[in-house]
Design a protein around this ligand. Structure first.
Ligand SMILES: [Zn+2]
Length: 148
């Protein structure tokens, strides 16, 4: 009989379609898995209500669970964004995407030179869940994860 742990094990390997190799679980996009008499319910926490990646995220999840041959449905939550894993922070930094520290005041540092002399250049980067920043020290542009 299928267990929630087996479902989580499959989902843990699903990369975010736009931010791979960071996974959906590492980003905190999948917050819960429930087994019901009818099948599996996956709860998603989306970065924005109009997340353009939703269809692709659902396709990736469905593909990963396809071998289990279960009926799949989705639930959505707007609960507080879960803490991002250290692994996700490292993988995002390797892509040039900074993640602000969670403690107040939020500080953003350049993923290339670690300078904190940065400023927001555009409210959106390559996805809606990041903003484009400019580093005043090394003059490079980088993205900052803006949903926590
Ligand atoms: Zn820099």
């Amino acid at each position: 009989m299928l267990s929630e742990a087996e479902v989580w094990a499959c989902l843990a390997a699903v990369p975010d379609p736009e931010l791979a190799p960071v996974t959906l679980v590492e980003l905190g996009l999948i917050t819960d898995v429930r087994l019901t008499a009818a099948g599996v319910v996956v709860t998603l926490r989306l970065p924005t209500a109009q997340c353009p990646g939703l269809a692709e995220i659902r396709r990736c999840i469905a593909e990963s669970l396809a071998p289990m041959a279960v009926w799949l449905s989705y639930d959505f939550t707007d609960a507080a964004w879960p803490s991002m894993s250290g692994t996700a922070r490292i993988k995002l930094r390797e892509q040039g995407i900074a993640v602000p520290e969670e403690s107040w005041p939020f500080s953003v540092s350049c993923p290339y030179c670690a300078s904190t002399h940065v400023e927001c250049a555009y409210p959106w980067g390559k996805t809606l869940c990041v903003a484009r920043y400019a580093c005043q020290a090394c003059h490079r542009l980088f993205d900052v994860w803006t949903r926590q």
